[in-house]
Design a binder for this molecule. Structure first.
Ligand code: FMN
Length: 174
């Protein structure tokens, strides 16, 4: 089975996106990194945030995992600000941290997200797909869950399709 990690970028560590992430964990055993527990500053042209938690985290990821599952709520039709800062900081891997950036090449990426709208607006996944392409990563798929009454509606059939891309040997851990 592939080794994967879930990057959770929600303002609510116990919200719906976190619940979806936990649901994926139960079927993959992937660990979750909650970005709320990390100090990750915005991208800085002078790299003044180089000593925060981003570089140790991304180094650990490229050394240890094959696939990154990004878990984000939909905030204003986009990924969360927390997640966007993480994506902006991937630019460090093109400048001061090229060795790590090279190791992203060949890795895989997938996305799970949650919002209130019945349907996700077109284009939501574009930044993920294009980032994967730019970094030489393979985009393995995505899954959207609608929030209803404070809970994510999780469609088992969609989960099955999603997990096929995320795992090599597909078997649900029940
Ligand atoms: C700041 C903010 C912006 C939101 N924008 C959208 C949106 O554009 N589209 C949508 O479907 N839901 C939107 N929502 C609803 C959230 O996506 C939804 O409540 C989601 O389940 C929250 O996930 P969380 O518990 O992980 O934060 C927004 C919620 C917040 C707090």
């Amino acid at each position: 089975m592939k080794k994967g990690i879930i990057i959770l970028g929600s303002s609510n560590s116990n919200g719906t996106t976190s619940q979806i992430a936990s649901f994926i964990v139960a079927r993959t055993d992937f660990p979750i990194i909650d970005l709320n527990t990390k100090i990750i500053g915005k991208f800085d042209y002078e790299f003044n945030n180089r000593d925060d938690d981003f570089l140790p985290l991304i180094r650990h990821i490229v050394e240890s995992y094959q696939i990154i599952v990004f878990a984000t709520p939909v905030y204003w039709y986009s990924m969360s600000g927390t997640m966007k800062i993480f994506f902006d900081r991937l630019s460090d891997c093109l400048k001061t941290e090229k060795e790590t950036g090279r190791k992203l090449r060949g890795m895989e990426m997938a996305v799970v997200c949650c919002g209130c709208d019945q349907e996700l607006k077109e284009g939501f996944y574009m930044p993920f797909i294009e980032t994967a392409k730019y970094l030489g990563m393979t985009y393995q798929g995505d899954m959207y869950c609608v929030e209803e009454n404070g809970l994510p509606v999780i469609n088992e059939a969609e989960v099955e399709v999603f997990l096929k891309g995320v795992k090599d040997e597909y078997s649900i851990i029940s």
